[in-house]
Structure formats: structure tokens, C-alpha cells
Design a binder for this molecule. Structure first.
Ligand code: GLU
Length: 281
């Protein structure tokens, strides 16, 4: 597979790119080579995305020595595609009006201590599961009924391969593990018309991505993506979940860690080679 892959780097323009993004982008390019490295701007969260951060992404990546195909896919231009996918999935979805507090309260009732949480937050207790899409309100989110999704597909597990983590071995989650550990994920967030999970699946397929490289923090989300790929009859790419770049205290870098922004290293006179060295690339 390696050598002819189509990979992508998919940042959200919600802040300056930091060292962790530089690592993710450089790994995506390395793993594609001599295939194709694509860029995708994940800007569905209109409240948090800013045009100046998108400009900064292009500048910082070019400074790092990366090149990519234009025009760049931007998720804000892709709402019709997400809508089409939601319509296809409609028989397996329902509107949900629960807020985080409602979900906490419903989950706390039968148990004490740690609430069940997965890659998408608290495992939804199913309060709205019997509601019909026809009475969806403007403030509702749309959730996937995961049990019905497995039943509709006639499968009792989902799995994928990762070329970096136990290569050659299937990473598998059974239906029960999915229902208890992930649950009814959100496919369309309030006021957004999609969610990260739905958009990433639709777009990876539209861009012909054959190898998804991204941080290990998204490893468990991949089970959600594989289920959605099956429901939408899209191919499941190969995955490569890479290490996360941490600060000196061992904490994963976040956009607010401005000190680690690529452009600050650049302003301090560092070269792209210096960054590669720091990232052990
Ligand atoms: N937009 C996501 C992020 O910035 C990327 C997710 C992915 O690569 O699938 O974390």
C-alpha cells in the first residue's frame, strides 16, 4: 500500500498550527510519497473558525515545504454532500433534544461513580431514541441508532487495519462493545448540518483517501467511521494513527498552546529542518 497512497491533512482553522500539526502534516506527506498528499480545511464549526487562521495554515504549511493540490476542499462548501448522506441514513436516525445535563442526569440515575464515556463523550442513554425525524425541532441534534445500524447491516462487529499499530492485524469492536462504549453518535450537530464523524467519512471518500493518517487520540473514533462507511457503502481506507506531540509536562499540545505555534518557531529564526529534527522526522 505504502508508496502510492492518497493521504490528507485535515486541520480546523480555529487557531494557529502548532508542533503537533506540523508532525501530522509531515507524516501525511511522508506516508503518501510518491502518492498524493491532500489538504482539507475542516471548518464546519462556523463559530470557532476564522479566515485568518485558514490563511495561516496555508502559509505555515508552505513554509514547512509542503505542497498540495488546489483548490483545497473546505467542509463549509460541502453541506449538500452531508445533507445527502443524512437523508440516506435517515431510517436509522432520530432527533435528540437532550442537553449535556439531561444526559448526565439520565446516566447517573442507575449508577454511581464514573459515567460511561467513549470517543464521542458520554454514551447516550437513548432517551430520545423512539422519537421520529418528522418531529425534529430546530434545536435538535440528529443521532444514529447504533443498534439498528448493526442490525440493518447484519454484522456483529466492525474493524479496520492500521499500518502503524499492530500492522497486519484487524482492530475489532463487537456490536456490544460499540453500543456500550460509543453508542448513538451525533451525525448532525445543532446549527451545523453535520458532525465531525459524518463529514470526515463523506469527505475522505470524496477525496479518494486510501490512507488516513492522524493522531492516536482519534483511534477509537475510527470504529464510528468504519460503521458509517459501511452504512453509506463507502470504502474503508487503511489507517495510520501516529503518536501525539506532547509538551514538557507530557500534556498533548492544544491550539491554546501558542508558544508551540509553528509561526513562533519561525519568527524565532528556526528553519523547517530544525522543526523536523525536533519532531524526530
Ligand atoms: N480536523 C481534525 C483535527 O483537527 C482532523 C481529524 C482527522 O484527521 O480525521 O483534529
Amino acid at each position: 500500500m505504502a508508496g502510492n497512497a492518497v493521504t490528507r491533512f485535515a486541520p480546523s482553522p480555529t487557531g494557529l498550527l502548532h508542533l503537533g500539526h506540523a508532525y501530522a502534516a509531515l507524516v501525511a506527506e511522508r506516508e503518501a510519497s510518491p502518492g498524493q498528499f491532500l489538504l482539507r480545511i475542516e471548518d464546519i464549526d462556523r463559530d470557532r473558525c476564522r479566515a485568518e487562521y485558514e490563511e495561516a495554515i496555508y502559509e505555515d504549511l508552505a513554509w514547512l515545504g509542503l505542497d498540495w493540490q488546489r483548490p483545497v476542499m473546505r467542509q463549509s462548501d460541502r453541506m449538500a454532500a452531508y445533507r445527502t448522506a443524512l437523508v440516506r441514513l435517515a431510517p436509522l436516525t432520530y432527533p435528540c433534544r437532550c442537553r449535556r445535563g439531561d444526559i448526565r442526569a439520565a446516566l447517573s440515575a442507575p449508577q454511581e461513580g464514573v459515567l460511561p464515556a467513549g470517543p464521542d463523550g458520554l454514551v447516550y442513554p437513548g432517551t430520545c431514541r423512539t422519537r421520529s425525524l418528522t418531529d425534529a425541532g430546530p434545536d435538535d441534534v440528529i443521532r444514529l441508532d447504533a443498534a439498528r445500524a448493526f442490525d440493518a447491516l447484519g454484522i456483529d462487529r466492525v474493524g479496520f487495519r492500521d499500518q502503524a499499530i499492530m500492522p497486519g492485524h484487524d482492530h475489532i469492536l463487537t456490536r456490544d462493545q460499540f453500543l456500550n462504549g460509543i453508542g448513538d453518535v451525533i451525525l448532525s450537530r445543532r446549527g451545523m448540518g453535520t458532525s465531525y464523524h459524518l463529514a470526515v467519512v463523506v469527505d475522505d471518500a470524496a477525496q479518494g483517501i486510501t490512507l488516513v493518517t492522524r493522531g492516536k487520540d482519534l483511534f477509537d473514533s475510527t470504529y464510528i467511521h468504519v460503521l458509517l462507511q459501511k452504512l453509506l457503502q463507502l470504502p474503508t481506507p487503511l489507517y495510520h494513527h501516529h503518536r501525539l506531540i506532547r509538551d514538557d509536562a507530557g500534556k498533548r499540545l492544544a491550539k491554546r498552546d501558542d508558544a508551540r505555534a509553528i509561526r513562533h518557531y519561525r519568527e524565532d529564526g528556526a528553519t523547517p529542518q530544525d522543526l523536523r529534527r525536533m519532531l524526530a522526522l
